[in-house]
Design a protein around this ligand. Structure first.
Ligand code: GTP
Ligand code: MG
Length: 500
């Protein structure tokens, strides 16, 4: 509706002195207005001072993006390991419960595969034990010794329940839920309530469920820290550690310790290995794989090493900002505050990223190039590499990020190398790869060129391409890469601050 000139201005009306104001009231009103002005100025000045202070303190904002399981949280842990080492070290013990859960889940994956094979006929027979590549499942039976191991490992059901109860703050038990592989778009289904688990009639383990943590007021670390007296400096795997630091021997660790021999027997069993190969389950390459380190990680005095913390798997849901005040060990950047934002990478989570695009200095985008032969858990019709490429295009072309430096980590090169060496042909999945060599160097070079071309083509404004081939679980190589990224980001940040 058009505004008429005789319409009263609502502001004028508000500011006009009240009708019939006495001289005394006027003096009081003017004094109150002066006081309000003074307060408003003081607030403005304090905001200005805070901004100057922030600039002096040098706050660097870094956003970690990429699909689920691309290595975002691992990169964050790497930053913490390098630049706030004492805090990282003090928290290592808290990761023990996550690693215990990872072990239990690996066992469950094996037993789930076994449960798809017919139980042994009675009387038990060990005759047919080889689920060879071309054999029909109807003609094979689970060997009796595996059935025995399955029974002996049943206490792990309880361990899993104990661990979930331990990791979920009592007030947030609905913040942990299973994700079904079939739920396209990553919809959460039937929240996983620990008490109900105990009374489930079938007591079966559901292989598609992945435990995740949603950042909140009461983090899983906070809850766990209450159960562990957290030492500030501990040496991993030392016999004295547990006794000298007062680390408690928890129930889950005791059960895992007792089951260690049986888990090793299960993992080393020929029938199991052949079954896993037949089902194309490559456990060694799956996240949170510790079955080759069982003696060590199930020891009663086990304290996770730096490598273990980097290899542990705990899915992220939601967005969380981690503040890292560089410690002395970080060298000349000491005092710089890094705000690193870690996000959940599954498809349903991606809408939550956008509010964090504002005011960011750099983005590390992780594309796990080893996933060329895998599909998304949340949508099994989508190839994981294809999803990474689409996501990279979307990030490169985003106008809000036009002035932000994008750093690309072509990640999980170690797994890529193992896959190619095992004979899996990249060209079978990526047709444009053609007849190039099926080795990790050629493959990395190829992917680097492809991602760089997308960056060039889709960026709204020209910007430099920073691309690294990484295995972020490898402490040695990643330390160097993160140091270069840090220098580059800090340099850009300083340049931009001077321009402000
Ligand atoms: N072998 C190997 N494992 C890796 C590498 N990067 C990450 N991982 C492992 O992959 C798993 C998934 O990594 P995360 O960092 O949790 O993945 P994320 O991107 O945070 O995943 P969401 O939280 O689901 O979005 C973890 O168990 C890591 O230890 C790598 O370069 N090589
Ligand atoms: Mg994560």
């Amino acid at each position: 509706m058009p505004k008429h000139s005789h319409d009263p201005d609502p502001l004028d009306e508000l500011l006009r002195p009240p009708q019939g104001e006495t001289e005394e009231d006027r003096v009081i009103r003017l004094a109150q207005e002066a006081e309000a002005r003074r307060r408003s100025q003081a607030i403005d000045e304090s905001i200005k001072a805070e901004r100057i202070e922030q600039k002096k303190k040098s706050v660097v904002r870094l956003l970690l993006l990429g699909q689920s399981e691309s290595g975002k949280s691992t990169t964050l842990r790497h930053f913490q390991r390098l630049y706030i080492p004492s805090a990282f070290r003090a928290e290592r013990i808290l990761w023990r419960s996550v690693i215990q859960l990872n072990v239990v889940r690996s066992v469950r994956t094996i037993l789930d595969a076994v449960s798809t094979v017919r139980p042994p006929p009675s009387p038990p027979s060990n005759d047919i034990q080889s689920p060879a590549e071309d054999s029909d499942d109807d003609t094979i039976y689970v060997p009796h010794d595996i059935e025995v191991l399955k029974m002996r490992l049943s206490p792990l059901h309880h361990v899993e329940a104990v661990l979930i109860a331990k990791l979920i703050p009592p007030s947030q038990d609905d913040s942990w839920a299973p994700m079904t592989a079939s739920s396209a778009g990553g919809t959460l289904v039937s929240p996983y309530h620990y008490p109900a688990y105990h009374h489930r009639p079938d007591q079966r383990w559901h292989h598609s469920q992945e435990i995740f943590v949603r950042p909140g007021a009461t983090s899983w670390k906070g809850v766990l820290a209450k159960s562990f007296p957290c030492p500030t400096s501990v040496r991993p795997n030392s016999i004295d550690d547990a006794s000298s630091t007062g680390v408690t021997r928890d129930e889950a660790q005791q059960v895992l310790h007792a089951c260690c021999g049986d888990i090793i027997s299960l993992w080393n069993n020929r029938f199991v290995r052949q079954l896993l190969t037949k089902r194309k389950i490559r456990l060694e390459e799956a996240p949170g794989f510790f079955l080759n380190d069982l003696q060590r990680v199930t020891a009663l005095n086990y304290i996770p090493s730096d490598d273990d913390v980097l290899r542990a798997r705990l899915k992220t849901v939601g967005v969380s900002e981690y503040r890292c005040q560089m410690e002395a060990a970080a060298g000349r950047e000491q005092g710089t505050e890094w705000r690193i934002v870690d996000v959940g990478g599954s498809r349903s989570q991606r809408a939550t990223w956008v509010p964090f695009f504002d005011d960011v200095d750099a983005i590390i985008f992780l594309a796990p190039i080893s996933a060329f032969d895998q599909v998304l858990t949340e949508d099994r019709t989508v190839n994981r590499l294809e999803d990474s490429v689409l996501l990279w295009k979307a990030i490169c072309s985003n106008k809000l990020l036009a002035n932000v430096d994008l750093v690309l980590f072509l990640n999980k090169c170690d797994i890529l190398e193992a896959k190619l060496k095992s004979g899996i042909r990249l060209a079978k999945y990526v047709r444009s790869y053609g007849d190039r060599g099926n080795d990790v160097e050629t493959a990395c070079k190829y992917f680097r060129t492809k991602f760089s071309a997308i960056h060039r083509e889709y960026s709204p404004l020209p910007r430099k391409f920073y691309g690294f081939c990484t295995s972020v679980t490898d402490t040695t190589t990643t330390a160097g890469i993160l140091a270069s990224v840090r220098d580059m980001v800090v340099r850009r940040h300083l340049k931009q601050s001077r321009l402000l």
